[in-house]
Design a protein around this ligand. Structure first.
Ligand code: NAD
Ligand code: TDX
Length: 331
């Protein structure tokens, strides 16, 4: 099977490529990635001989048309993915997340190629902190940030292309991922690399906001379940019951590093900061028979800390510039 992975040099996409090459010897993988600040060839080290990496944008119609025409399946990860960046400049978010997804949809429509769209739980907005409520596929869309609004728009494009043109697409909306190869602008790797450098972790606001953490390996096994067993036109929510407040995450990391539990700083809050995300993934578990493997969050964090310690050459070049960007907003 010929698989085209967009955004395969980014965090989740690169992990998907590693897992696919490892577990599916019959898959021929092509990656289409623009290698923005968030993409890195080095994330595909070790599988380079099994993967063709094409450097280019999902907004490039002729290039996308050729690559889609040579594929049996497209798994679409490419996106501008960071909320804070979307507040500083939404322009590339509209281009990549909306125009890029549109460009891919037109190509899979022309070539009748199976499409899987990777999305986020942030399209549903946020939930109150102290409620048992969780997101389900029926929760109304209510995105808060330019990032989540462009992801919501891209989901709706996919649904419309299924209904209007019969495109063979599935969608999945996943909660917060952590694990190897995550860009150090994101919460967990930012704090891990700060702690390696002896710098205190930075908590937005009071740190009460809750995220529903899932290991990236579990996200990607779920994606394969949806690709192989999911129904065309349907949306599957992916999550592993991993709710934790940001304060809890920072305290666990401090403990792993043997530091005092109060050794962190409160910094400026994110404007429009979503309070809580929580996924009800029962459909994925009961209908598609998926279960996560990383069920102990602390163990997953310890493994992730070990990965960042062992891969300093991978993240170090981005550290100073990432922190300089945060310094501009006192974060
Ligand atoms: P990332 O920012 O680490 O990687 C994005 C990749 O897309 C990079 O390699 C980048 O170079 C590439 N890219 C950006 N613009 C492109 C363009 N125009 N053409 C081709 N490639 C382009 O993101 P991630 O965290 O790996 O997220 C991957 C997908 O998963 C996104 O669609 C995101 O919305 C979704 N998602 C992420 C999370 C999470 O916790 N990180 C959770 C749920 C869903
Ligand atoms: O230094 C920080 N301090 C802090 O308290 C950073 C970078 C973040 N935070 C907070 C903000 C959030 O409440 O931590 C939480 C997680 O922040 P991010 O890593 O930026 O993730 P989030 O905004 O929740 O979005 C992530 O999950 C959903 C991904 O970046 C998205 O791509 C995905 O769709």
């Amino acid at each position: 099977m010929r698989v085209l992975v967009t955004g395969g040099a980014g965090f989740i996409g690169a992990n998907f490529v590693h897992q696919t090459v490892r577990d599916r010897p019959d898959a021929r993988v092509t990656v289409l990635d623009a290698l923005t600040y968030a993409g890195d060839r080095a994330s595909l080290d070790g599988v380079a001989d099994r993967v063709e990496l094409v450097e280019g944008s999902i907004t490039d119609g002729p290039l996308v048309d050729r690559l889609v025409g040579e594929s049996d399946l497209v798994v679409h990860f490419a996106a501008e993915s960071h909320n804070d960046n979307s507040l500083a400049d939404p322009t590339p978010f509209v281009q990549t997340n909306l125009v890029g997804t549109f460009t891919l949809l037109e190509a899979v429509r022309r070539h009748d190629v199976r499409f899987h769209h990777i999305s986020t739980d942030e399209v549903y907005g946020d939930l109150p902190l102290d409620s048992p409520e969780r997101f389900t596929p029926g929760t109304p869309y209510n995105p808060s940030s330019p990032y989540s609004a462009t992801k919501a728009g891209s989901d709706l494009l996919v649904r419309a292309w299924v209904r209007s043109f019969g495109v063979r697409a599935t969608l999945s909306n996943c909660s917060n991922n952590y694990g190897p190869y995550q860009h150090i602008e994101k919460f967990i790797p930012r704090q891990i690399t700060n702690l390696i450098d002896g710098v205190r972790p930075r908590l937005y606001g009071a740190g009460a906001n809750v995220r529903d953490w899932i290991h990236v390996e579990d996200h990607n096994t779920a994606v394969w379940h949806v690709v192989e067993k999911g129904q065309v036109g349907e949306t599957y929510l992916i999550g592993a019951d991993g709710e934790a407040s940001n304060l809890d995450v920072v305290r666990t990391l401090l403990e792993i590093f043997g530091r005092d539990p109060d050794d962190f700083d409160h910094v400026s809050d994110r404007p429009g900061h979503d309070l809580r995300y929580a996924i009800d993934a029962s459909r994925l578990r009961t209908e598609l028979g998926w279960a996560p493997r990383y069920t102990d969050f602390r163990e997953g964090l310890e493994a992730t800390v070990a990965w960042y310690r062992a891969h300093e050459p991978w993240w170090r070049p981005a550290k100073a510039a990432t922190e300089a960007r945060y310094a501009r907003t006192n974060q």
